[in-house]
Design a protein around this ligand. Structure first.
Ligand code: PMP
Length: 243
């Protein structure tokens, strides 16, 4: 199965179209056939918020291949199952934003199709839990020396010149909707953006590090493996993009 998490604010889905484009891409890559349109999924989300009297929140949409007997290949002629729930969105307080999160780096033990937003999240959850059990807030994955992304978020660094750097999209990261939006906002504000690989040493030497995701938008990272990043507080680039 595949999933999406969308954010609903002031009566509108934020980047709703981009989320559904990515959901349909995930379905295509997983070879899950379906005949539902984007409109049906938009209406489903809006109805859920309305029925639950929620002016804002998150919508979790999950599409699984469908129900059948256990066979090793993809069963044919299945009807996919759609399951969706809405919940309140967690918002960072000003203090949480300012203090940022502490991160543990961890070998990227996920499969090599991280571009698909699949519900097979054991490796991500396992490492996220390991980070929490070790006294960190979250983890950032590293594969063959390259920083890929957070356990459930994209990773950005800002160097001493204020240039924003994030991994170029490929099969090793989920190309985040918030990631793309932040790149657009940065460029519109005259901030130089480079989409390229960086390693842990470059990340530790960066002026700022932050994570982006639809539900939490932007989380400054102020400690990595016990070392302070920049001033140890949320930086100017993070503030500019989040504001
Ligand atoms: N990478 C991973 C592995 C994620 O789980 C998420 C959260 N969906 C993201 C990146 C951020 O994606 P988005 O901004 O679309 O929420």
């Amino acid at each position: 199965g595949v999933y999406e998490v969308t954010l609903f604010k002031n009566g509108k889905l934020i980047d709703g179209d981009a989320h559904l484009d990515r959901l349909f891409r995930s379905l295509r890559e997983m070879k899950i056939e379906h005949d539902f349109s984007k409109d049906v999924l938009v209406k489903m989300q809006l109805d859920l918020f309305k029925k639950n009297s929620m002016p804002e929140g998150c919508c979790y949409i999950q599409v699984t291949r469908g129900s059948t007997n256990r066979i090793p290949n993809f069963p044919q002629d299945l009807t996919p199952t759609i399951n969706a729930t809405v919940s309140l969105a967690k918002k960072l307080t000003e203090e949480e934003f300012e203090n940022g999160v502490s991160i543990m780096t961890h070998e990227d033990i996920r499969w090599k199709r991280c571009d698909i937003k699949s519900v097979a999240l054991f490796a991500s959850s396992f490492v996220n839990q390991k980070a929490k059990d070790s006294g960190f807030n979250d983890a950032i994955f590293v594969r063959d020396g390259v920083v890929t992304e957070g356990s459930f978020a994209n990773a950005f660094i800002a160097d001493n010149n204020g240039t924003l750097i994030t991994k170029a999209p490929d099969n090793l990261i989920l190309c985040g909707i918030t990631r793309n939006r932040m790149i657009d906002i940065a460029r519109a504000n005259g901030i130089k953006v480079e989409e390229r690989n960086f390693d842990v040493a470059e990340m530790l030497a960066a002026k700022e590090v932050f994570l982006t995701s639809s539900s939490l938008i932007l989380r400054p990272v102020t400690r990595i493996d016990g070392e302070a990043i920049g001033s140890g507080k949320a930086g100017d680039v993070a503030k500019k993009l989040a504001g």
